[in-house]
Design a protein around this ligand. Structure first.
Ligand SMILES: *Cc1c(COP(=O)(O)O)cnc(C)c1O
Length: 396
C-alpha cells in the first residue's frame, strides 16, 4: 500500500524521464539492498556502478558523518583541505596533472570538452572525434559527443564540431582527422555500449596520432575507473596514458561527484574565470571520495576485483556451456558483459523476480558489475539465480 502511494507521488510530481521497476528501496549494506517491505536483494549492478564499494561502506559512512558535523560546503573562492587532498590522491594514483571538480559524469566530460576547445582555440581547432555506441552524458555537449542516436532524438540542433566514427577502427579516426581536429574522446571499455573493450594496438595508435598532431587524448573513465576493471583506472591495462581523464560514478562511494584530470601540458588551459561549478569539490563529497580511495587501498580491493572477476567469468562460462543463447563472456575485472543471441530483457526481469539485480544494455548484453567487495559465496548465489532465470527463459 505504501509502495503504491510512493509510486503515485512519482506519477504526479516527478518528471517521467526514467523507466522504473516497481520496487522502492529503503536500505543497503554491502552487496545487499532491502525494499520497504524488508525483501532482500543481491545487488550486482549497484546504482549503475556508483556504489562500487557496495552500499553504505563503513569508511564512507564515517567520513560523511564526520565531515557533516564540521563543514558541508565551502565556496570554491576559498581553499579547503579535503579538495586538495582528493586532487592529490587522484594524481598519485594516475598521472601528473591537475583536477577540476564537478558533480556528475556529464559535467566532468563537459569540462574535458571545454578544455579541448580552449586548447585548440589559438590554432582554430575545435573538432572532437568520438566513437559509435559511446556514452558520455546527457547535457547538450555530452549528448552530441555520444554515439547513440536515441539519446539525441528531438534535441536538434546539436552542438557543432563532433565527428563520430566506428570503435576500434584507427583508419576511421585518421580519415576523420582534419586540420580542425583537437581531440579524440573514448571510453577504454564502452559501458552503455555493451562492454566493448578497446584493443591494445588501437589505443597505442590513438596515442601516436594525438602526439603527432598535437591533439588531446581524452579517456572517459566514468564507469571504468576506481578499480572496476582490476586496476585503479582502466588505462593502466594499456601502455597508454591520456591527456585528460574523466571520473564520476563510484568516485565518491555513492555521493555525487565528478572530476576531470588534465595532464601537465594542459593543466593550466582553463584559467581563472573560464570554468566553474558552485558545488564542485565540496568538503563533504571529497571526504567520501578520499574514504573510497582508502577503502580500495587498505582493503586490497583491486586484488579482490581481479580474483572475483576471474571467478565470476568462470561461473558465466559454465552457464555458456548449458545455454546456447549465450554467445560470449566479455569485460575486465568486475565489469562483465554476457553476450546473448536473444533479447536479454526477459532474463534480467526473471533475475529481479528472484531478487538479483543486474542490467541489460543494447538489448543483447547482460551487464554484471557487482561491488568490488563481492565474495565467492555472493557470486555462487548470483550464478544460481542466473541459471534459474535462463532456464525459465529457455522454457519460454
Ligand atoms: C554514466 C556515464 C556518464 C554520465 O554520467 P552522469 O553522472 O550520468 O552524468 C558518462 N560517461 C560514461 C562512460 C558513463 O558511464
Amino acid at each position: 500500500m505504501k509502495k503504491d502511494a510512493i509510486i503515485g507521488k512519482y506519477k504526479k510530481y516527478v518528471m517521467p524521464t526514467y523507466m522504473h521497476t516497481k520496487v522502492v528501496f529503503a536500505k543497503g549494506k554491502g552487496v545487499k539492498v532491502w525494499d520497504i517491505d524488508g525483501e532482500e536483494y543481491l545487488d550486482f549492478f549497484p546504482g549503475w556502478a556508483v556504489s562500487g564499494l557496495g552500499h553504505c561502506h563503513n569508511r564512507v559512512v564515517s567520513a560523511i558523518k564526520r565531515q557533516a558535523g564540521k563543514i558541508i560546503h565551502v565556496s570554491n573562492n576559498y581553499y579547503n583541505e579535503l579538495q586538495a587532498g582528493l586532487a592529490e590522491k587522484i594524481v598519485r594514483h594516475s598521472f601528473e596533472g591537475k583536477v577540476f571538480f564537478a558533480n556528475s559524469g556529464a559535467e566532468a566530460n563537459e569540462c574535458a570538452i571545454k578544455l579541448a576547445r580552449r586548447y585548440g582555440s589559438p590554432t582554430k581547432r575545435y573538432e572532437i572525434i568520438t566513437m559509435e555506441k559511446s556514452f558520455h552524458g546527457r547535457t547538450m555537449a555530452t549528448l552530441t559527443a555520444t554515439g547513440q542516436d536515441k539519446i539525441k532524438d528531438g534535441f536538434e540542433p546539436l552542438l557543432e564540431g563532433f565527428k563520430i566514427v566506428p570503435f576500434n577502427d584507427i583508419a576511421a579516426v585518421k580519415a576523420a582527422t582534419t586540420d580542425k581536429t583537437i581531440a579524440v574522446m573514448i571510453e577504454p571499455i564502452q559501458g552503455e555500449g555493451g562492454i566493448n573493450a578497446a584493443d591494445r594496438s588501437y589505443m597505442e595508435q590513438l596515442r601516436r596520432l594525438c602526439d603527432e598532431k598535437d591533439m588531446l587524448l581524452i579517456f572517459d573513465e566514468i564507469q571504468t575507473g576506481m578499480g572496476r576493471t582490476g586496476e585503479m583506472f582502466c588505462y593502466k591495462h594499456y601502455d597508454v596514458t591520456p591527456d585528460v581523464m574523466t571520473l564520476a560514478k563510484s568516485l565518491g562511494g555513492g555521493v555525487p561527484i565528478g572530476a576531470a584530470l588534465a595532464a601537465k601540458k594542459v593543466a593550466n588551459t582553463l584559467s581563472p574565470g573560464s570554468h566553474a561549478s558552485t558545488f564542485g569539490g565540496s568538503p563533504i563529497v571529497c571526504a567520501a571520495a578520499i574514504a573510497t580511495f582508502e577503502a580500495i587501498e587498505k582493503e586490497k580491493l583491486l586484488d579482490n576485483t581481479r580474483k572475483m572477476g576471474k571467478y565470476l567469468k568462470s561461473g558465466l562460462e559454465g552457464l555458456k556451456k548449458d545455454f546456447s543463447f549465450i554467445t560470449g563472456v566479455k569485460g575486465m575485472g568486475l565489469m562483465i558483459g554476457l553476450e546473448l543471441s536473444i533479447d536479454g530483457t526477459g532474463i534480467s526481469e526473471e533475475c529481479f523476480k528472484r531478487k538479483l539485480l543486474i542490467n541489460c544494455t543494447q538489448k543483447k548484453i547482460l551487464r554484471i558489475m557487482p561491488p568490488l567487495i563481492v565474495k565467492r559465496h555472493d557470486i555462487d548465489e548470483a550464478i544460481g539465480i542466473l541459471r534459474q532465470a535462463m532456464e525459465t527463459e529457455k522454457r519460454g
